[in-house]
Write a new protein. Sequence first.
Length: 448
Amino acid sequence: MVASSARQNKNENETGPHMDRISIVGGRRLRGTIPISGAKNATLPLMIASLLTADRLTLKNVPNLADVNMLARILRNHGVDLTIDGKRADPSPHLGETFHLSARDIVDTAAPYELVSRMRASFWVLGPLVARCGVARVSMPGGCAIGTRPVDLHLMGLKALGAEIDIDGGYVVAKAPKGLKGTRVVFPKVSVGATHAILMASTLAKGETVIENAAREPEIGDVAECLIKMGAKIEGVGTSTLRIAGTGRLEGAVHTVLPDRIETGTYAFAVAAAGGDVELKGARRALLETAFDALERTGVGIADTPAGVRVTRNGGPLEPITIETQPYPGFPTDLQAQLMALMTKAKGTSVIRETIFENRFMHVQELARLGADIQLQGDTATVKGVKTLRGAQVMATDLRASVSLVIAGLMAEGQTTINRVYHLDRGFERLEQKLSRCGAEIERLVSG
Ligand code: EPU
């Protein structure tokens, strides 16, 4: 086991707004294997779950990402002791690092603006902290600028569990000196974050909590499985009704993070875009049936293999598609930009409706720089397939938008340079290596 200070210092630099760029020369087919990392959106709440116990929580298959490192800083600030084992060698290169988190002594129940404003999921510490310590003070969140992204559902759930909530100077202050009390929480809208937060908080509440209209994303199931290993009593995992029998205390556990379905889908779209034959090692088709179905409808081959999923496209045309984003098991909003990039060269007109976030179209104007023909009206993008995209300078604006530009760059003639790739580093581990090992002409141009 290694102490994490060197890694931490390195990553403090990595999470700064540095100006690396990525250069891609399009037109190369992809062949080989891409290892799929552990899911970012499961790792973050799993790390936060460590706040619920004084014992050690061990997480395996943790991806090395800027968001994970940022959350590690936030948790250390609360007093969580975090040590890291190194990445395992082949033959399982997709297995990530192992984190050991121990929140024996929570020394600070406040999460400051400087840290929380950089990543929305860090707001999710509010529920576990108030559940365990009876008080928490957490800055209102930041994160990718893809919509207004309020936190009303989080606050509604915590109030229902008996917490007193105040807003003070941009901070949410939650108090429950006598502990939280189980209750029925009916979410008026499906929210991944609010489901995580109330699920975690209710494990330490007195009595039973029922969460209705809970999000069903596989990452919530993964967190629930981990909480069950920690001693929580949860029924209905994978459904929209979760029943939690509160226990006064949770214990330590060992849990392996599930594979990243958004990374899986992204590389599947990349292979579809560039053409070729790639095995996504460690991928699980069952985690993203809707996205794979959509790809099959466009004419891309998808097949299960013993080690993952194989994606093939051998020169045939891409059929256009009509789709809208929906909570799981619908088509994920986190793959909307990637799908749109692919459809810019389809043989006809695609219609893509975004129903989750109201401002998640910032990739449209960047794709237009490459020659894409996209009309936006309200929540709907109409994408007319063009024969040719041409490389250009483009700007990464948020995590998933950035990677859609990589996909477009793989299809474009000539060179595409993507600026501000720090957005990409929040959620994609070793993206350039994973693609270049399969034959893509892609490199990082390090600034300074
Ligand atoms: N919403 C509210 N009130 C709330 C919370 C959410 O109105 O209190 C709204 C949001 O504004 C949005 C909708 O509900 O319109 C859904 O938001 P949700 O809470 O489900 O999103 P989130 O928890 O903030 C997570 C992922 C996102 C992913 C969404 C939707 C993590 C760390 N983040 O965000 O992932 O897009 O669910 O699936 O799990 C990404 O990884 O790039 C990313 C943005």
